[in-house]
Design a protein around this ligand. Structure first.
Ligand SMILES: [Zn+2]
Length: 213
């Protein structure tokens, strides 16, 4: 199985990536991991990308594409892959398509985890972090009556600035602005599977499997 996974912050993308990777025995390729590895191993592409990152600039498409290409040539990716965080733009998607044509490994599916925005906002604004142990909790799933302290170490729970509603709404807007052209593009070429993802991780996984057949 060769697929791209798309989903907003809070959509459960990380959880689904883990489940899908095990189910389809494919390599989970996340751009975050690729970046970190190229930077720490000081590859040619990593060194160049690092210069842009140090200046606080976006890493150009050609460098990102080069790193993805190197990653796809590794043995574990030949059995299939799950792309997470790439492509992000239409030029990246076009380059990705050309890369897969070259490797003769066409994409099977683009899975979009779709959740109502208000549900996402509710999920994300209920996140709390423990001041003592750093663990992240969700008020919606803490069973203890006292929801102001960490269920594990009784440290104080607080809301990080990143989890404030205005910040969350802005992140979701950025995500939608960036992703909707890609979604239309993959829909047009018949690769898109939109999965309603507000239910439990197992139910969402079952929907994905049913859709992919
Ligand atoms: Zn704690």
């Amino acid at each position: 199985m060769r697929m791209v996974l798309l989903g907003a912050p809070g959509s459960g993308k990380g959880t689904q990536a883990d489940l899908l990777k095990d189910k389809y025995r494919c390599a989970h390729i996340s751009t975050g991991d690729i970046f970190r590895r190229n930077l720490s191993e000081k590859t040619e592409l990593g060194v160049k990308a690092g210069e842009f990152m140090n200046r606080g600039e976006l890493v150009p498409d050609e460098l990102v594409i080069g790193m993805v290409k190197d990653r796809l040539r590794e043995p574990d990716a030949s059995a299939g892959f799950l792309m997470d965080g790439f492509p992000r733009t239409i030029p990246q998607a076009e380059a990705f398509g050309a890369m897969l044509d070259e490797l003769k490994t066409p994409l099977d599916a683009v899975v979009l985890l779709d959740i109502d925005e208000e549900i996402l906002v509710k999920r994300l604004t209920n996140r709390r972090t423990c001041r003592a142990c750093g663990k992240i909790w969700n008020l919606l799933s803490i069973k203890a009556e006292n929801k102001t302290v960490c269920p594990e170490c009784a440290g104080e729970l607080y809301q990080r600035d990143d989890d404030a509603e205005a910040v969350i709404r802005n992140r979701l807007k950025v995500y939608h602005d960036q992703t909707s052209p890609l979604v239309s593009w993959y829909a047009k070429i018949g690769k898109l599977y939109t999965i309603e993802a507000s239910s439990s991780p197992d139910e969402t996984m079952a929907k994905i499997q049913a859709a992919l057949g």
